[in-house]
Write a protein that binds this ligand. Structure first.
Ligand SMILES: NC(=O)c1ccc[n+]([C@@H]2O[C@H](COP(=O)([O-])OP(=O)(O)OC[C@H]3O[C@@H](n4cnc5c(N)ncnc54)[C@H](OP(=O)(O)O)[C@@H]3O)[C@@H](O)[C@H]2O)c1
Length: 217
């Protein structure tokens, strides 16, 4: 699959890009600035000794990719997706955005009028298939080439079974990880919000905590 990553120049997008490329996918790294996307892609391609990663503007990436991952901060989420609605028609759009705030007590979930970032994405992209996934995988671990096994389960939420299956398969590109269906998009809010708990765990225990579901083999 040709995978585009909007905001692919950040730690989460780059980490996912490297893992997907290593699993044999072509990956396009998107940025608000085409040159920055190309530069980061060139660095990643060199680091991974692969020509599977290329880059450009978010617009070019959205237009060229078959499946698109949204990896921008929540503050830029709605504006970016509204601007790319035409390019994303008919595509699977995977939203990993966690709408979080931070204050002196630590992380907390932001209230989203649509219920979640993923539902907001679906409202803004009525002709795309939005899937929520990859909210809890640590960008630090994804980007660390010495980490070759993840015990994480990737919760995958959506309305379309076929699209959910495709994204579950994509999750398995992260070595050791599993994609697990976790409900429809109306349940994405608590999945996004749970990241605040994981960040609190990370801060207390100085780790990169992930999520694993028991009882599913
Ligand atoms: N970091 C993690 O461990 C992690 C884990 C799971 C999920 N997530 C989610 O993944 C998303 C990306 O995380 P990140 O840590 O990689 O974020 P980030 O570094 O803050 O942002 C990623 C990229 O988004 C672009 N961007 C920044 N502000 C923007 C705006 N207002 N509008 C459009 N694009 C903007 C920037 O790229 P350009 O300047 O090149 O355009 C930036 O490099 C977040 O929503 C986060 O909740 C993160």
């Amino acid at each position: 699959v040709k995978i585009g990553i909007l905001g692919g120049t950040g730690p989460q997008g780059r980490g996912l890009a490297r893992r997907f490329a290593a699993a044999g996918h072509d990956v396009l790294i998107g940025s608000r600035t085409a040159e920055r996307g190309q530069l980061m892609a060139a660095e990643d391609a060199q680091a991974d000794d692969t020509s599977r990663i290329t880059g450009g503007s978010n617009f070019d990436v959205a237009a060229a990719a078959e499946l698109v991952i949204v990896a921008v901060p929540y503050a830029g989420h709605a504006g970016l997706l509204s601007a790319l609605a035409t390019e994303l028609v008919g595509k699977i759009v995977v939203d990993c955005v966690n709408p979080l705030g931070f204050d002196h007590h630590g992380p907390f979930p932001l209230r989203v009028a649509a219920g979640s970032a993923a539902e907001e994405a679906q409202q803004l992209l009525p002709d795309s298939t939005v899937i929520a996934a990859f909210h809890h995988v640590s960008a630090v671990l994804l980007d660390d080439p010495t980490v070759d096994h993840f015990a994480d389960d990737v919760l995958v939420l959506g309305e379309d079974r076929e699209a959910v299956a495709i994204v579950c398969e994509l999750a398995a590109a992260i070595p050791g990880a599993r994609g697990i269906y976790a409900g429809r998009l109306r349940n994405a809010g608590q999945v996004e919000a749970f990241t605040a708990n994981l960040i609190a765990i990370n801060r207390r225990y100085k780790t990169h905590a992930g999520l694993a579901i028991t009882g599913v083999s």
